[in-house]
Design a protein around this ligand. Structure first.
Ligand SMILES: Cc1cc2nc3c(=O)[nH]c(=O)nc-3n(C[C@H](O)[C@H](O)[C@H](O)COP(=O)(O)O)c2cc1C
Length: 221
């Protein structure tokens, strides 16, 4: 492969998909075309991973009953999350945080079992398996946006309950319930920004030189 930049149009497309990707929670009920799903899964599977570990596993949920049960788990956790949020509880309960029952496809993204045998790049940072799966999900997220499909990452669930529901090995770990599907439109801005839950930090407030700096206070929840 030659070390040449892509064409200006191709470069523009890469940045466009980065800026126009959204976490989606509103979906149309239309099915996802099998060939698109295959492309998206392949995009995920070509992500970087620590020590080339490829810790990702994807479980496609095709059973409507299972989808309902997953939704129940998320709803339970949504309520517990609201309680844990204290004074922002009511505001949180008004947010739409998942589209599990509406979207065309539900996929559970998980870490594989027996991860302790992978030491390369994980001896001091075992969480690099999580980072690797996150890279895979991001690949899928960007590819989905480019294909005109929305994807939403749902992390509100009790992992042990989801593992039991999906017959997962004890040392595997589900990280995401992914809602994938056609959408009427993409949000102009992140939905949590549109709903005044949080704003994008300025780049200056997260970029330091030579040592950690706390020059610009960052809003925290
Ligand atoms: C690791 C991770 C977990 C997330 N879990 C949830 C979730 O459970 N529910 C939800 O509504 N959004 C979830 N999101 C989406 C974020 O809310 C979203 O990325 C953020 O608000 C910025 O919006 P954007 O992705 O459209 O730029 C998650 C995102 C990430 C990266």
């Amino acid at each position: 492969m030659k070390a040449e930049p892509y064409s200006p149009e191709e470069i523009a497309a890469v940045y466009r998909v980065i800026y126009e990707r959204r976490d989606m929670r509103h979906f149309l009920p239309d099915a996802v075309e099998p060939e698109i799903l295959q492309r998206l899964l392949n995009a995920a599977h070509h992500a970087p991973s620590v020590g080339f570990m490829q810790p990702w596993r994807f479980i496609r949920i095709t059973s409507p009953e299972l989808r309902q049960q997953i939704h129940v788990l998320v709803e339970q956790e949504r309520i517990v999350t609201a309680q844990a949020l204290g004074e922002r509880s009511d505001e949180f309960m008004k947010l739409k945080v998942e589209g599990i029952l509406e979207c065309g496809e539900v996929l559970v993204a998980a870490l594989c079992e027996h991860r302790e045998q992978y030491v390369f790049g994980r001896r001091t940072l075992p969480e690099m398996d999580v980072a690797s799966l996150s890279c895979a999900i991001q690949n899928m997220w960007l590819a989905a946006r480019a294909e005109g499909l929305g994807l939403g990452w749902v992390s509100m669930f009790e992992p042990e309950a989801l593992k039991t529901l999906l017959n997962m090995p004890a040392d595997s770990q589900p990280l995401a319930i992914l809602c994938l599907g056609h959408v009427e439109q993409f949000y102009d801005k992140p939905m949590l920004e549109q709903e005044n839950w949080a704003n994008l930090h300025t780049l200056e407030s997260v970029l330091f030189e030579n040592s950690w700096q706390n020059v610009t206070p960052i809003e925290t929840l």
